[in-house]
Write a protein that binds this ligand. Structure first.
Ligand code: ADP
Ligand code: ADP
Ligand code: MG
Length: 501
């Protein structure tokens, strides 16, 4: 573990950038330069944290990202190759660059190598502090079977399921018959909602088995799969954890991520409008217990399912910053990225559990370049016009600007809109208003679809579970406004037709 004093004795100069940040960096000791091993909105988010802490930020980019926002915003930017994606996945190359550029720490963001223990391991060996947990914890929690077994050992409730990876389809059949349908077949090393299939009977299990193995091999490079009982129409409730290197672990309350499509989150809310205070206290405590059980360090998320009888079950732990961390920041006022950096440096947590408070509700919308009317097909291309929403309680984390061309090689999420208000009805109205404010022309987005969700009585009444999106296909039947340039062209065409030109 690198501590502030060790860094000092290793000859790191600590004071240069921090003389004006007395309160933030109490002993004037902080990293000097952080390499951001990511792209898009999360790289921009990390640049912002670095800037506020007086730390130099170094971005990486591939040729396809030459004009990306994170490259423009960072203090330094390094090209890491011509292949659009591979550069972001080459751990050796990235750490070599970090060393050559004089970076004393590396932030992995989410996705890419963030949950790959190899990156964390190489960083440790090369003397670049990895802003996240150690490789052993990443390995253990990245394997959903190992994670489940660790939690069962710690007395955390888990849904019934496999004790190890499934050997063959026959084992899957036997186990499913034992625990009862419906069951979920899941990629052991999965993430991002991929490699998961619900099986309602034996026939579906037999036909899905090879499919999940093939999805797991393709998406995660590992064919292992396991099986667990399907919790019918659950709510997805997750707990944000902060753990320092001195053994202090706190939670920053929960998020409700039940609005999902195909196991991928679309809208996230903090705190959950569907929990009582007693349930909130219980799940927060359980999240801390889970993190302590595996000796967790840095920011992490413990994900649970809440069933229709109000029982919680551990699902998985994400050992990184999460997309939806913004809602937690908004209700607590705590900057999670800055806390990650401070923890990695060796500082103690700034807050005790009882000092962490929340106020109101925050809701985040993942603005994806997708066409909801066309099966959410990705819609990449040039943003001809972009106007960010504003006004009270509105936050934008975006990777786009007017004139930017969204490359087709990456995730379709191009912005996150986060809104805050004092109570549930107000946050729903504020979200609707901010979505209405936001202008993105040139590509199709999920904005109009979210506007429909905001008007739905069940959503307004805060009664929804992970089946909401699937149960309401009619919400994609909206009409969109024409962009002004197309509107003008349509009027001109109508006039021309009328005048018989
Ligand atoms: P979060 O877990 O932060 O709510 P997601 O599950 O949507 O968000 O993941 C964020 C990004 O990371 C997505 O681009 C997703 O595809 C990617 N991702 C998540 N887990 C993995 C994984 N195990 N392997 C590869 N990519 C992943
Ligand atoms: P990922 O690593 O891809 O995020 P998770 O294990 O977190 O995968 O599951 C993603 C989503 O799939 C959950 O939020 C939930 O909606 C659904 N899901 C996963 N496991 C179950 C289960 N046993 N029962 C019901 N739904 C599940
Ligand atoms: Mg998950």
């Amino acid at each position: 573990m690198v501590s502030a004093s060790m860094l000092q004795s290793a000859g790191f100069e600590c004071q240069k950038y921090h003389t004006t940040l007395g309160n933030l960096n109490k002993d004037n000791c902080m990293f000097k330069k952080i390499l951001i091993a990511n792209r898009g909105e999360i790289a921009v988010r990390i640049v912002r944290a670095c800037s506020e802490m007086g730390i130099t930020s170094a971005a990486i980019y591939t040729d396809a990202d030459r004009h990306a926002l994170h490259v423009k915003k960072a203090d330094e930017a390094y090209n890491i190759g011509s292949d659009p994606v591979q550069g972001y996945l080459n751990a050796h190359n990235i750490v070599n660059l970090a060393v050559a550029a004089g970076c004393d720490a590396l932030h992995p963001g989410y996705g890419f190598l963030s949950e790959n223990p190899v990156l964390s391991d190489i960083c440790a060996k090369r003397g670049v502090k990895f802003i996240g947990p150690n490789p052993d914890v990443i390995t253990q929690m990245g394997d959903k079977i190992q994670a489940r077994n660790a939690m069962i050992g710690a007395g955390i409730p888990c849904v019934p399921g496999s004790e190890g990876n499934l050997e063959d389809v026959e084992e899957a059949r036997k186990l499913a018959a034992e625990i009862g349908y419906p069951v979920m077949l899941k990629a052991t090393n999965g993430g991002g909602g991929r490699g998961i299939r619900r099986c309602d009977n034996e026939k579906e299990l037999l036909s899905n088995y090879d499919r999940v193995i093939s999805e797991a091999s393709k998406a995660f490079g590992k064919p292992e799969v396991f099986l667990e009982k399907c919790v019918v129409n659950p709510r997805h409730i997750e707990v944000q954890i902060l753990a320092d290197s001195h053994g202090n672990v706190i939670h920053l309350f929960e998020r409700d991520c039940s609005i999902q499509r195909r196991n991928q989150k679309l809208i996230e809310i903090a705190p959950s409008p569907q929990l009582s205070q007693a349930q909130r206290d219980y799940i927060g405590t359980l999240g801390v217990k889970a993190a302590k059980a595996v000796g967790y360090e840095n920011a992490g998320t413990v994900e649970f399912l809440l069933d229709q009888d109000n029982r919680f079950y551990f699902m998985e732990m994400n050992t990184r910053l999460q997309v939806e961390h913004t809602v937690t920041e908004t209700i607590t006022g705590i900057d999670i990225v800055q806390e990650q950096i401070r923890i990695a440096y060796g500082h103690e947590l700034q807050y005790k559990q009882e000092e962490v408070k929340f106020r109101g509700y925050a809701m985040e919308y993942r603005i994806n370049a997708e066409d909801p009317k066309n099966g959410f097909l990705p819609s990449f291309g040039k943003i001809t016009r972009y106007y960010a929403p504003g006004g009270p309680g509105v936050r934008i984390d975006a990777a786009m600007y007017s004139g930017y061309t969204i490359p087709p090689y990456f995730d379709s999420m191009c912005a996150k809109l986060t809104v805050w208000a004092l109570d549930w009805p107000s946050v729903v109205e504020r979200g609707r208003r901010a979505l209405d404010d936001m202008v993105v022309y040139g590509v199709k987005t999920t904005i109009p679809y979210y506007q429909e969700i905001m008007k739905h009585p069940d959503f307004k009444a805060a009664t929804f579970d992970t089946s909401f999106v699937e149960m309401h296909p009619e919400l994609t039947e909206y009409t969109t406004k024409l962009p002004p340039e197309l509107f003008a062209a349509a009027i001109a065409a109508a006039i021309a037709a009328h005048e018989g030109i």
